[in-house]
Design a protein around this ligand. Structure first.
Ligand SMILES: CC(C)(COP(=O)(O)OP(=O)(O)OC[C@H]1O[C@@H](n2cnc3c(N)ncnc32)[C@H](O)[C@@H]1OP(=O)(O)O)[C@@H](O)C(=O)NCCC(=O)NCCS
Length: 239
């Protein structure tokens, strides 16, 4: 691993993980996944996928002294990036050429709820901005903690995938390949705040996070998922 920064977030150090860290990283992910109440929330890497992201992607590890406490990555596989873009365009053609998958978001259960995932997400966004690319996270539709982390950094839900009953995933996209894209968004928090103050914001629709067919209908009609709360995902018509 390469040490990038001490005290990068609170007193934790940031490292870039490499292929030689394969066993270390896999052990961390497997151990943390086995402790999850819903293991389906973290879709595990195949060994060759993890090796490829460690070798060719950007794989960050956050450490509390010598203890690995969080991971997140961007996969630069071009072919998969095209596949993801095509899938997103098939719901609503937004002219996306590539969407590079962000994956491996895991925070040690002892360190959750203190903004660590938000910090890891900011790293990925900065890297995507630096490279001028779009990134995309694939999240289980009931994983509110993970969806919130993406939504609050301006990601938009743009597609869905049903693996099988109970295994529905959503695709959360953030674009830096087009500079205008992000500036037009009214943040979801702002929307809720305005609504609470009695200001009606048009075209915001809440749908239960399990109602995939309704999500698909809205996505095809030009809406994007912009936020979530409890068991509801909120959609807004895009310009
Ligand atoms: C999802 C996960 C990475 C979040 O990590 P975390 O460090 O606890 O998250 P943070 O403290 O940075 O919070 C990030 C956002 O999620 C929200 N959030 C965190 N936990 C939440 C929960 N249990 N319920 C609802 N929202 C939650 C926070 O309020 C915060 O929102 P904000 O940015 O709008 O303020 C962590 O719960 C985890 O590792 N889960 C298991 C693995 C997993 O599901 N990975 C994602 C795979 S796609």
């Amino acid at each position: 691993m390469i040490r990038l920064k001490d005290n990068a977030y609170k007193s934790y150090s940031l490292c870039k993980m490499q292929e030689s860290d394969f066993v270390f990283v896999k052990t961390f992910l497997d151990t943390q996944r086995s402790k999850l109440e819903h293991i389906e929330f973290f879709y595990p890497y195949k060994d060759e996928e993890l090796r490829a992201v460690l070798t060719d992607g950007c794989f960050w590890g956050l450490f509390d002294n010598d203890r690995l406490i969080a991971t997140f990555a961007i996969d630069f596989d071009e072919e998969y990036a095209s596949t993801l873009a095509n899938l997103i365009n098939s719901f609503n053609d937004i002219g996306l050429k590539r969407a590079y998958e962000s994956s491996g978001l895991m925070v040690d259960e002892d360190y959750r709820g203190q903004g660590v995932a938000g910090f890891m997400m900011s790293l990925a966004c900065e890297e995507a901005q630096r490279r001028g690319i779009a990134i995309c996270g694939v999240v289980h539709t009931q994983n509110v903690a993970s969806m919130s982390t993406f939504f609050s950094r301006g990601f938009e839900m743009r597609a869905t995938w049903r693996m099988c009953e109970g295994y529905d995933f959503i695709y959360l996209l953030k674009r830096y390949d087009k500079s205008y894209f992000n500036n037009q968004n009214l943040s979801f928090k702002k929307v809720l705040q305005l609504e609470k103050n009695g200001v009606k914001i048009d075209n915001v629709i809440g749908v239960a996070n399990t109602h995939t067919q309704e999500h698909n209908d809205l996505l095809s009609a030009g809406y994007a998922g912009v936020g979530c709360q409890d068991t509801t995902i909120y959609f807004r018509k895009k310009e």
